[in-house]
Design a protein around this ligand. Structure first.
Ligand SMILES: NC(=O)c1ccc[n+]([C@@H]2O[C@H](COP(=O)([O-])OP(=O)(O)OC[C@H]3O[C@@H](n4cnc5c(N)ncnc54)[C@H](OP(=O)(O)O)[C@@H]3O)[C@@H](O)[C@H]2O)c1
Length: 330
């Protein structure tokens, strides 16, 4: 549609000398326009070009009023695409399913390349990786237990072979056991604290080095509503999620000088495997406590994560954003 008269073949280095467009040289702009429209760097150049064609028609000599109308249509279409994470690399821990998968896909839709971390679900992680690639982004899946320092270090090395570093770290991986505190064995306690808290510490430590060097970064930790309300059946989980908030604030203070923001999201009740064990009756009772009267979806968390990762949130650090349908107004 943009290959009509008045448009030149796309040559990023020509005429306007836009910086950092070298990778586009090898990309084909056809046959799927939507694929390359999804590339924010192409979008940016096309937007400027479309505007120039409209405002400085002489520069491109459009042939007719029809051309101009078409160019205006293209320009407004391109403007409608919001691409907030252009050129960023995001690592989402626990991205094979549930909230992590939702965040990984939304980050890719907003222009980020994405590393999909997971612990066991090889096939699911591969599926997410393929979905991200289908969106026109680079994707890599890395199996690593975030509670294990050696595996986190191996994941870092693997990622650095593929990317220059991680710009956006989403500490999402989490586990829980539905147990009363007196039923929790110490191995279970250690596992939950290990994944939900140590994992946040280990990944934040491993991946902020390149962020500090670049003086730009985002760390987003997935906590929980129960960090505030408590929970009557998983004390280890509640403790780990509350501790993540303390860690979030300390990291935010330490890293602010490097232009790295660190924030937390505290989801309420989100429909994933983690919450799939409840009976219809339990669900009905739980929904009565949610003023918006529905369970949250992974996308509800993903949209907030994208915002916090974007430039639009550059003055927000050390904060917790509550996404819970009004269940707790904190
Ligand atoms: N769902 C909710 O209602 C809710 C509410 C508040 C907070 N949260 C928090 O949101 C986060 C995501 O929850 P979810 O509901 O999406 O959970 P989920 O559906 O159970 O998915 C958990 C994810 O974490 C990964 N994971 C588990 N242990 C790991 C480890 N040791 N190392 C690396 N990855 C690991 C899993 O990978 P595999 O597939 O390979 O096992 C999976 O991708 C968790 O931190 C959870 O505590 C959830």
């Amino acid at each position: 549609m943009v290959r009509g008269e008045g448009f030149e073949p796309f040559r990023p280095e020509s005429r306007f000398g836009f910086p950092n467009l070298e990778p586009l040289r090898d990309r084909s702009l056809s046959p799927a326009p939507l694929t390359w429209l999804g590339d924010p760097r192409v979008t940016a150049v096309m937007m400027i070009r479309a505007d120039l064609m409209i405002t400085k028609q002489g520069a491109f000599h459009p042939q007719s009023q029809r051309d101009i109308t078409e160019q205006k249509r293209i320009s407004s279409q391109i403007r409608c695409r919001s691409v907030l994470l252009t050129g960023k690399v995001a690592l989402v821990t626990g991205a094979s399913r549930g909230i992590g998968k939702g965040i990984a896909l939304e980050m890719a839709r907003e222009g980020a390349d994405v590393v999909v971390n997971y612990a066991r679900s090889d096939k699911k992680a591969d599926d997410v990786t393929r979905d991200i690639q289908a969106l026109g982004r680079r994707a890599l899946s890395v199996k690593a237990d975030v509670s294990n320092p050696r595996q986190v270090e191996a994941m870092r090395k693997r990622i650095l072979r593929e990317f220059d570093g991680v710009d956006i770290l989403i500490n999402n991986a989490g586990v829980h056991h539905h147990l009363k505190s007196w039923e929790i064995e110490s191995a279970e306690w250690r596992q939950v604290i290990g994944v939900n808290l140590d994992g946040v510490f280990l990944c934040s430590k491993a991946f902020n080095k390149e962020m500090r060097a670049r003086r730009w970064g985002r760390i987003i930790n997935i906590s929980s509503i129960v960090a505030f309300t408590g929970t009557d059946h998983e004390a280890h989980y509640g403790a780990s999620k509350a501790a993540v908030l303390g860690l979030t604030k300390s990291l935010a203070l330490e890293l602010a000088g490097y232009n790295i923001t660190v924030n937390a999201i505290a989801p309420g009740w989100i429909e994933t495997d983690m919450t799939s064990g409840i009976t219809p009756d339990e669900k009905k009772k739980a929904l009565e406590l949610v003023p918006l009267h529905r369970m949250g979806q992974p996308e509800d968390i993903a949209h907030v994560a994208v915002f916090l990762a974007s430039e639009k949130a550059s003055f927000i650090t050390g904060q917790t954003i509550h996404v819970n349908g009004g269940e707790a107004m904190l």
